[in-house]
Design a protein around this ligand. Structure first.
Ligand SMILES: CC(=O)SCCNC(=O)CCNC(=O)[C@H](O)C(C)(C)COP(=O)(O)OP(=O)(O)OC[C@H]1O[C@@H](n2cnc3c(N)ncnc32)[C@H](O)[C@@H]1OP(=O)(O)O
Ligand SMILES: O=C([O-])CC(=O)C(=O)O
Length: 441
């Protein structure tokens, strides 16, 4: 019998703690980076000031989860029965422990999720009570926030638990929350777009398979869901959603408060919501073309019109990446294999060639290449989810997996309250003038 996940995690935590403690005690004064006025005013781009061992983003290569590139993750994780894609449960095991799980280890996570997936009645009532025009992300975030009253961490904290044990109830909260997300999302979808007609969850299915089942969409949507959740799980610690989750958790807000906050960050159009924006923008284009696939010249004109009206091209550019996003490539390969004749995919594929030279010619974007959001929505559209407002909820489910793993480790390693120092414009002007500015730490 393999060791239980929680025991494995505990051992890893005990091994890791001395590394962090030693860095802090013996090397706390080693300089890693310097900060310029441009960075302070420019959204802190490039400042090396966060730590996460769950994933690492190389500007050229893209994301690695626990050292594995995405193709390696997809190749090595245990696959779902009757599907071609890996189990989301296995990904959670990998992100949490750094070990590639066996089938048995992934099955243990599936079992844990299954035991915890039932939603309290008040969440259904809450979703039912939301105004009909609410954005699905608002409902998703509110439902997660409302689950806060279930927090095991908060109860333990009030009971006086030791700091060294914070990770344990955080782990329990994380599993309890992750297990419930597919039900929250699919109930929201049914309520908003299917007159409340929901499909009950099937405890015999895996996370992705059950999600597809509750959405009422047949194969290969189970694999599409698994791929989607895995691809979106983590993108190191500085992106808006991950950073928000970490920041809020740093005040010892529990996982429900932290994940609800991270979902709100994800819901912005420069971040996760860009996948919805891509579809909105493409639909606008298709309307103008009366449903016909545009010619390359028409597409170029549409891209220029968007730029000339002062808007961004959704799904292109990135704050860190300087090459085409491997998450884009992975989904593109899936599309070429499974839906090459989809008219919308054909336009997305044309954009792949058309947009980068235009962004280069415009000369503003540091990265003219497509990101994950340029490809994810068109796959959902192809398999029948045309309500693109819903797409970022799917992103949110995936991202919660990575951020819960991050928050558990934040607690395990005792990362403190996050509180950088802010300055005034006048102080920056003094720095700019070369004055001898002294600011007490
Ligand atoms: C999951 C994700 O979050 S992936 C990103 C999803 N977001 C999008 O796809 C939205 C479109 N892309 C963008 O707006 C940007 O590329 C971002 C927000 C992702 C990154 O922003 P930054 O790090 O500031 O990008 P960068 O340094 O290249 O920006 C420089 C200039 O190029 C512009 N630019 C960057 N990308 C684009 C784009 N896709 N279309 C038009 N202009 C762009 C910026 O708006 C900025 O203009 P400004 O000087 O007038 O302010
Ligand atoms: O890394 C970023 O800034 C944005 C992104 O692609 C993500 O969070 O998935």
């Amino acid at each position: 019998m393999a060791k239980r996940l929680k025991d494995t995690l505990y051992e890893k935590i005990m091994d890791w703690r001395p590394r962090t403690e030693r860095l802090m005690k013996e090397y706390g004064n080693v300089v890693v980076d310097q900060v310029t006025i441009g960075q302070i005013l420019g959204g802190m781009r490039g400042i090396k000031s966060l730590v996460s061992d769950i994933s690492y983003l190389d500007p050229q290569e893209g994301i690695r989860y626990r050292g594995y590139t995405l193709p390696e993750v997809f190749e090595k994780l245990p696959k779902a029965k009757g599907g071609n894609m890996p189990l989301v449960e296995g990904l959670f095991y990998l992100l949490l422990t750094g070990d590639m799980p066996t089938e048995e280890q992934a099955a243990e996570v599936a079992d844990e999720f299954n035991k915890r997936r039932i939603l309290p009645r008040f969440i259904y009532e809450l979703i039912d009570a939301m105004p009909c025009c609410s954005h699905p992300m608002t409902i998703f975030s509110t439902a997660i926030l409302t689950l806060h009253r279930e927090s095991f961490f908060t109860k333990k904290y009030h009971a006086g638990i030791s700091k060294l044990d914070y990770w344990d109830p955080t782990y329990e909260d994380s599993l309890n929350l992750l297990a419930k997300l597919p039900e929250i999302a699919t109930y929201t979808y049914a309520k908003l777009y299917r007159d409340g007609k929901r499909i009950q969850s099937n405890p015999n299915l895996d996370f992705g398979g059950n999600f597809a089942h509750m959405m009422g969409i047949g194969k290969p949507y189970d694999d599409v869901s698994r791929m989607h959740f895995i691809v979106h799980a983590d993108h190191e610690a500085g992106n808006v959603s991950a950073h928000t989750g970490h920041l809020v958790a740093s005040s010892l807000s529990d996982v429900y408060l932290s994940i609800s906050a991270m979902v709100n960050g994800l819901a912005g159009p420069l971040h996760g919501l860009a996948n919805q924006e891509v579809l909105r923008w493409l639909q606008d284009l298709m309307d103008k073309m009366n449903g016909e696939v545009p010619t390359e010249d028409e597409l170029k004109q549409f891209v220029w019109n968007t730029l000339n009206s002062g808007q961004v091209i959704p799904g292109f550019g990135h704050a860190v990446l300087r090459k085409t996003d491997p998450r884009y490539m992975l989904q593109r390969e899936f599309s070429l294999k499974n839906m090459p004749e989809d008219p919308l995919f054909k336009v997305v594929d044309m954009l792949y060639n058309v947009v980068p030279p235009i962004l280069l010619e415009q000369g503003k974007a540091k990265n003219p290449w497509p990101n994950v959001d340029a490809q994810s929505g068109v796959i959902q559209w192809h398999y029948g989810i045309k309500e693109y407002d819903f797409y970022t909820v799917l992103f949110g489910i995936g991202r919660s997996i990575g951020i819960c793993a991050n928050i558990i480790w934040d607690r395990a390693l005792g990362y403190p309250l996050e509180r950088p120092k802010s300055l005034t414009t006048a102080i920056l002007e003094d720095f700019a003038a070369g004055k001898d500015v002294v600011i007490e730490d």
